[in-house]
Design a protein around this ligand. Structure first.
Ligand SMILES: C[S@@+](CC[C@H](N)C(=O)[O-])C[C@H]1O[C@@H](n2cnc3c(N)ncnc32)[C@H](O)[C@@H]1O
Length: 287
């Protein structure tokens, strides 16, 4: 069976405050069906490479999971999530009061691209969110602002910055704070720790790591070949029973997961040229 996106990215961006290049919100129905196969109540759902966590927040909001475990190794992405979850009122205030113009974009770009911060910082989190909402295709690394540097394009910098809608999304996240655990670990460490940290029998892991062959620098890529191999060892540990993995269609991945179910996944990226990337969706044969 080939899994094809049922929704356009635009239709499903409406729950996560992020726009994410290659975001997987469109898989939420498919993941919901996977969750339904897990017996028992109070299901958990974990994303070791969460990015914008598009599918995760939809599943939480629709009541299909009780507990989310979100992890991202990028301190900028982590700070944005932590700022929204731990300081939602301050974040919402900022969403309503910030000037959505080139001056703030330059500030955010400076903070995000030049910061040496290694631990949580509210401004770093807000700047990451701001850049994500105001840059082309939601790319936070070195992408220009929507509308161009001179703001002469048809769409202007504030085209994706609907203060009311974004404020509501962040407010809602704050209201479900106790149902979300957030970590800033390497994805492999996160999975190793999950073996003892989460109830494995009722947890679905959705794993969406950076591509083996990255097409461009869309987000942090803290993976390399040995780590892709190590990830396949962890996922194929029989203790991890319920998982879904997406990857680029690469010979290394076909070989590492040859014992599992591999299907094609049609994804139209929300990048400007709408290029088609070949991606695969992998599930354990026993899953
Ligand atoms: C493909 S994106 C995930 C997109 C996400 N599924 C969505 O729908 O928005 C990959 C994410 O992994 C993060 N990342 C990169 N290397 C990592 C690592 N070694 N451990 C954990 N996270 C990592 C990046 O910061 C990025 O946010």
């Amino acid at each position: 069976m080939t899994v094809t996106p049922k929704y356009t990215a635009g239709e499903l961006r409406s729950v996560s405050p992020f726009r994410y290049p290659g975001g997987k919100a469109f898989l939420s129905d498919f993941l919901a069906a996977k969750l339904a196969l897990i017996k028992g109540r109070s299901k958990h759902y974990a994303e070791p490479f969460c990015g914008g966590a598009g599918a995760a927040v939809i599943l939480l909001k629709s009541g299909l999971v009780d507990q989310l475990h979100l992890n991202d190794a990028d301190i900028r992405v982590y700070s944005a999530w932590k700022a929204m979850l731990d300081e939602p009122a301050r974040f919402v205030d900022r969403v309503h009061s910030v000037s959505v113009d080139m001056r703030t974009w330059q500030w955010a770009s400076e903070v995000v691209n030049k910061s040496n911060l290694k631990s949580y910082d509210f401004d770093l989190g807000f700047a990451t969110f701001f850049l994500n909402r105001t840059s082309r295709s939601g790319i936070i690394f070195r992408a220009g602002p929507i509308g161009g540097y001179n703001q002469t394009g048809n769409w202007k910098i504030d085209a994706r910055f609907n203060r009311t809608a974004l404020g509501e999304r962040v407010h809602w996240l704050g209201s479900v704070r106790e149902r979300i655990t957030l970590t800033n670990e390497d994805g492999l460490t996160f999975l190793h720790r999950s073996l003892i940290r989460v109830p494995l029998a009722k947890t679905l892991f959705f794993v969406d790591p950076p591509y083996v062959q990255a097409g461009g620098r869309l987000y942090l890529n803290a993976m390399n070949e040995p780590k892709h191999i190590a990830l396949s060892d962890i996922l194929q540990n029989p203790k991890l029973r319920h998982w879904v993995l997406t990857y680029d269609d690469h010979p290394l991945i076909r070989s590492l997961y040859q014992a599992q179910n591999i299907e094609n996944l049609g994804v139209t990226y929300s990048l400007q040229n709408k290029r088609k990337e070949r991606e695969v969706l992998i599930q354990p044969v026993s899953g």
